[in-house]
Design a protein around this ligand. Structure first.
Ligand code: GYE
Length: 325
């Protein structure tokens, strides 16, 4: 029985919410029509925490029973979680793959069990075409392009003729890392003013952002004109290092970030970040609607990209409203 199944699920989940009827009160909502297993990457950023909260909230809104597991930044934990979802016969599996490679075996198992899989946020790399049904997540390439285009405009407005860039990247082999880098490089390529001094892996973590920035400052010092960081956490980790080295971020160095969480937007308003490309974590509504369609055997869109914008010192930043993550 579904109700028993959900109770069992909730008891093993590290973190779970659902509208599953756990009480016998007749006024409680009926068993959910859909049981969704979702493997989240971890809690590395405000983005990730906002994404988890949004998915929980939307599951509740849509009356979806949610089994949610947090992989604490480890691919093997995600693979184990997906295997548990298969064993418990959830209706639909969703997950945010921490890296692109290494999913074929477990996803073949899901396919054999007849459970559709939705990719949330990040993509996978596979030779097989039918292991997943769709991807709900940002267009990371476009985000990189928007960051690069901002830099070109900024260089024009400041009349700069040579610009040295350091790049602090997200988790190696993850979709946002690869696509943000590719989009950024494409947007600045052909612009003779731009030189990338170094790209360094900051793993999307604040502590790594600080470490990477220390290394970059030690190596290049005041040669650095621009810091392009793949997420807000790493940016926020890097800023105190820049200040400690005697530079004022936002004026001595141009700081470009991605995500658009509240903390980074506050720093943008203070003038210590110049540009933040938005990446919305609010993917829960599209996820619930897509999962319900799959449960009902309906067709779904292969790719769903949310609309995103750029926040920067080109606008009146005091008008940017609360971000909600
Ligand atoms: O930019 C970062 C997070 O995959 C879009 O992962 C996500 C990225 C986001 O940890 O902050």
């Amino acid at each position: 029985m579904l109700r028993k199944k959900i109770l069992a699920l909730l008891s093993i989940a590290m973190l779970a919410v659902g509208t599953a009827g756990c009480k016998s009160d007749a006024s409680e909502p009926a068993d959910p029509e859909l049981l969704l297993g979702f493997s989240q990457i971890g809690t590395e950023s405000a983005w990730r925490i906002g994404n988890t909260l949004d998915i929980e909230q939307q599951a509740e809104n849509y009356g979806v029973g949610l089994m949610l597991e947090n992989a604490n930044q480890k691919q093997e934990n995600q693979i184990d979680a997906i295997r548990r979802f298969i064993a418990y016969k959830v209706d639909v599996i969703a997950f945010s793959p921490i890296v692109e490679d290494g999913w074929d075996n477990v996803l073949s198992e899901a396919k054999e069990a007849g459970i559709p899989v939705i990719l949330v946020d990040r993509d996978i790399n596979t030779e097989k075409s039918d292991l997943t049904t769709c991807l709900i997540g940002a267009d990371f390439y476009k985000e990189g392009v928007m960051a690069g285009e901002y830099l070109v405009r900024k260089a024009d407005s400041l009349g700069l003729d040579h610009i040295n860039i350091v790049e602090i990247t997200g988790t190696e082999n993850s979709t946002p890392m690869m696509q943000r880098q590719a989009g950024f490089l494409d947007a600045i390529k052909g612009d003779e003013r731009m030189t990338v001094l170094e790209s360094i892996d900051g793993d999307f973590l604040k502590s790594r952002g600080a470490e990477c920035m220390r290394h970059l400052l030690d190596t290049y010092g005041d040669e650095i004109d621009v810091v392009f960081s793949h997420n807000d956490e790493m940016t926020i980790g890097a800023l105190p290092e820049i200040e400690e080295a005697g530079y004022t971020p936002g004026s001595d160095m141009i700081i470009i970030s991605i995500d658009g969480g509240q903390e980074a937007i506050n720093v943008l308003k203070d003038g210590k970040i110049n540009c933040v490309v938005e990446c919305t974590p609010k993917l829960g509504k599209a996820l619930m609607e897509t999962a319900l369609k799959l449960k009902n055997g309906e067709e779904v869109d292969r790719v769903i990209h949310p609309e995103e914008q750029v926040f920067s010192d080109e606008q009146d930043t005091s008008l940017i409203g609360p971000r909600g993550y």
